[in-house]
Design a protein. Structure first.
Length: 190
């Protein structure tokens, strides 16, 4: 199914064959991390990464750039389709020399392009993103439940945690840098 959607949206976005030959796609988070040198956020449903060319050992020839895409394996069929289209939009932007970042997933120009290319309304896509995100969060909490709640003595903001902090931490809402005056205290533990 992935190959079918990949071919479909690559054609719709008019991605050049030469660039598609430089595309690698995986559904394995660890493999994507090895490729990019960065871990994926556990809530990420997909990710596009452009890898710059590297000089070869002879320092004379450069290896070509690469396009790397991660697609979460356990998604609804429609989510899978839309995520592939979404990541290929990022690739098309890069190929066209106009890479964009998200201002707010589901509410930005990339989301509008995603709706146009898939034929689904922006509201339908937002609902889909919300459902998939809720599912990821539920699975994440089953694996690592929130066990500790820290709170700020000044503003009362709470900070849910799966593990205890290993060092003193202060409230980022009250002061962006560490400030002992706003040191968080453990308000709830199991």
């Amino acid at each position: 199914m992935i190959e079918r959607w990949l071919a479909h949206y690559a054609q719709k976005l008019q991605l050049p064959e030469a660039e598609l030959r430089l595309l690698a796609m995986t559904q394995d988070r660890q493999e994507f991390a090895r490729w990019t040198g960065k871990r994926l956020n556990s809530m990420a449903l997909g990710c596009y990464c452009y890898l710059l060319p590297r000089k070869s050992r002879s320092h004379q020839e450069q290896s070509p750039h690469r396009h790397l895409i991660f697609i979460e394996p356990d998604m609804q069929p429609l989510s899978l389709e839309v995520t592939i289209a979404h990541e290929l939009i990022h690739m098309a932007d890069r190929v066209n020399g106009t890479p964009r970042r998200h201002r707010h997933h589901g509410y930005d120009a990339i989301a509008a392009d995603e709706a146009a290319v898939t034929g689904h309304s922006m509201e339908e896509l937002r609902t889909l993103l919300h459902e998939e995100s809720e599912l990821r969060e539920r699975l994440r909490r089953e694996r690592r439940p929130i066990r500790y709640i820290y709170a700020c003595p000044q503003c009362g903001k709470s900070y849910p945690r799966t593990r205890k902090y290993s060092q003193a931490v202060s409230c980022s809402a009250c002061d962006k840098s560490y400030n002992p005056q706003f040191r968080l205290f453990l308000a709830k533990e199991p």
